[in-house]
Structures are given as C-alpha cells and as structure tokens.
Design a protein around this ligand. Structure first.
Ligand SMILES: Nc1nc2c([nH]c(=O)n2[C@H]2C[C@H](O)[C@@H](COP(=O)(O)OP(=O)(O)OP(=O)(O)O)O2)c(=O)[nH]1
Length: 149
C-alpha cells in the first residue's frame, strides 16, 4: 500500500453532548473513557466512532451513541472538523454538538462517563480532545488551563 493510501483519513463522528439551562446557556459536557482493548484505552474523549460504508456523520453518531451509551439522540449540529495524525491512524474527526437525547445512560463497553466543565478533571485526555477543550475555552471565555496532566 502506498504511503498516501495508508494515510487517507478515516472519518469519525464525535458527539459533544452538552447540557443547557432554560435560557439556552451551555453547561456541562460529557466525556467517556476509552474501553480496554482499544488503542488509547483509559484515555478520556467524546463518545463516537468510525463511519461505516454509506453512513452520514449523523447516522454514524446516532448508531455509535446508541451502541456505546444506550441513548437515542435527536438532532446533531455540525460544529468543527479536525484531522489528527496518530501512529495507528490518520482520522478526520467530525465534532457535532448534541443537546437533545433520550434514554438512560448505560456503559455498554465498560467505559466510564463524566459530566465535565473547564478545567476538565478526568485524565489523561486523548490528544484529539485537547483542541475541543480550547474551542470551549474560546466560546466560554475561560482563561487558564483546560485540563490536567
Ligand atoms: N470517539 C472518539 N475518537 C476520537 C476522539 N478524538 C480522537 O482523536 N479520536 C480518534 C481515536 C480513534 O483513532 C478514532 C476513533 O476510533 P474508535 O476506535 O473509537 O472507533 P470505533 O468505535 O468505530 O472502533 P472500532 O469499531 O474500530 O473498534 O478517533 C474523540 O473525541 N472521540
């Protein structure tokens, strides 16, 4: 396989679940830890996963959040995209904000979940998560560190 083919990015749908108050102000956001057996096991990230053939970002997101967390999402809002180069893969992350979901959270892959605000307490965070925390810091006028470690 040529290097160019090897490094073609894999599309990943990522859900940024955010609580909102009655006035519509954004509050805590959900992080989950990566399950045992996956690369970067134990690192904290936003839930999501790779698109399957023929899926849209929203479809993949709805499927992954149902498979991993047991919830059913409503609308998702395309927010930002980011390409990350890891030793194991090059990924194009499609971050989508989600404000509307139904169902009880179930950790179907033995992950852990945490509702977080800045600075994030869970650690270590995945490298691909750090830019998202920076975007939150800009939107929320947060000064100082965004996470520990
Ligand atoms: N889910 C998720 N993945 C992220 C984030 N940031 C980041 O760099 N990634 C990377 C890690 C992985 O290389 C890739 C996601 O792949 P994955 O292995 O979690 O996806 P998947 O659930 O489809 O896994 P699998 O079926 O291949 O086991 O994206 C993030 O915030 N959330």
């Amino acid at each position: 396989m040529s290097e160019a083919t090897e490094r073609t990015p894999v599309d990943v749908a990522v859900g940024v679940l955010i609580e909102r108050d009655a006035a519509g102000n954004e509050g805590r956001f959900l992080l989950t830890s990566r399950p045992e057996g996956k690369v970067y096991a134990g690192y904290w990230e936003f839930p999501g996963g790779k698109l399957e053939a023929g899926e849209s970002v929203h479809q993949a997101l709805a499927r992954e959040l149902h498979e991993e967390l047991g919830i059913t999402i409503g609308e998702s809002h395309a927010w930002r995209k980011l390409v990350m180069d890891y030793p194991h893969a090059r990924v194009r992350l499609h971050f989508c904000k989600v404000f509307d979901w139904q169902g009880e959270f179930q950790m179907r892959e033995q992950q852990t979940m945490a509702w977080e605000q800045l600075p994030v307490q869970s650690q270590p965070v995945l490298p691909g998560t750090i830019p998202v925390l920076e975007w939150f810091a800009q939107e929320r006028h947060h000064a100082g560190p965004t996470h520990h470690g």
